[in-house]
Design a protein around this ligand. Structure first.
Ligand code: A3P
Length: 299
């Protein structure tokens, strides 16, 4: 779907990009996880930006409680600048957290079997956010074309994106293998990996935000619930709010802020896939997820 791809440990990776095969290898060599770290794991276009915003808001809620609302980092910067990927952090010299005894929050797209060993051994927690493959495909198609448009490249046809996705050929793909890797561990060790879907989060955001907070050791108190703190966080991280804040400007590494916000809906695939394409992807998903309890609520 985007440029040349290279197979490494069973997954496709880009090269010489901000998230690439070189960074995965470098992280495997050097990355040191802390037992308190929290990792947000996704395939691109599965709702990474939303999850980053929610987790940043949950974990830091007391830090910004007394500030005037307009100075909250999520009201002035992109969630990707608030909560970094380990893939990009490796090239920065800045410390990623300043407060001792507090967890470091990171995101990553790395497949489970390619994670740096220290993440697997350190006892830290992982949240895996998964999204319906058809919506991931559509979202990725638009994202790739927006970036191609910005850099003067040729637009890709949807059929081309569909073919490539169905064969598993996309950055960090095959989609199904990525999902299965984390799903397996979430069953074996539910305290290590919490598995959630974009569709469930959209359908019942309140309960999922509570679940996320509890999983990482920041449960909401009864007082907070009565005061409406959960709803405040949901509003702060809503598609409407974040897309407005990020209408202009670029990320620290130059990508335009607004490319991470398109529709933010469940089921937009129905406006892109033919019946035949939809049935094909259903068939592949059924085969690949055979015997697994992975399903996507269609709202
Ligand atoms: P669509 O292209 O379907 O609109 P990622 O963050 O992993 O790159 O995923 C991007 C997708 O998440 C896009 O989906 C984007 O619109 C959606 N998204 C971004 N912010 C969101 C939010 N606050 N709530 C729900 N969806 C959001």
């Amino acid at each position: 779907i985007t440029g040349n791809l290279y197979m490494y440990q069973g997954f496709w990776h880009q090269s010489m990009r901000r998230i690439s095969i070189e960074t995965v290898m470098a992280l495997q060599e050097t990355f040191k996880a802390h037992p308190k770290d929290i990792y947000l794991v996704t395939l691109p276009k599965s709702g990474t930006t939303w999850l980053k915003a929610l987790m940043f808001a949950i974990v830091n809620r007391n830090r910004y409680k007394n500030n005037s609302l307009s100075t909250h980092p999520l009201l002035i910067s992109n969630p990707h600048d608030c909560l970094p990927f380990i893939e990009t952090e490796i090239y920065r010299n800045t410390p990623t957290y300043v407060h001792e005894n507090e967890p470091r929050l990171f995101a990553t797209h790395i497949p489970y079997n390619s994670l740096p060993q220290s993440i697997l051994e350190s006892g830290c927690r992982l949240i895996y956010l998964c999204r319906n493959p058809k919506d991931v495909l559509v979202s990725m198609f638009h994202f790739a074309n927006k970036l191609r448009d910005k850099s003067g490249g040729t637009m890709m046809a949807f059929e081309e994106a569909f073919e490539s996705f169905s064969k598993g050929v996309m950055p960090l793909g095959p989609y199904w293998d990525h999902v299965k890797g984390y799903h397996e561990v979430s069953l074996e060790d539910p305290r290590k990996v919490l598995f959630v879907t974009y569709e469930d989060m959209k359908m019942d955001t309140v309960n999922h935000v509570k679940r996320l907070a509890k999983f990482v050791g920041y449960p909401f108190t009864e007082k907070e619930e009565v005061e409406g703190v959960v709803q405040e966080i949901i509003r702060l991280c809503s598609f409407e709010n974040l897309s407005e804040v990020n209408k202009h400007g670029n990320l620290r590494d130059g990508i335009p802020n607004n490319v991470f916000f398109r529709k933010g809906e469940v089921g937009d695939w129905a406006n892109h896939l033919t019946d035949e394409m939809s049935q094909n992807l259903d068939r592949i998903t059924k085969e690949k997820f055979h015997g697994l309890d992975i399903s996507f609520n269609q709202g």
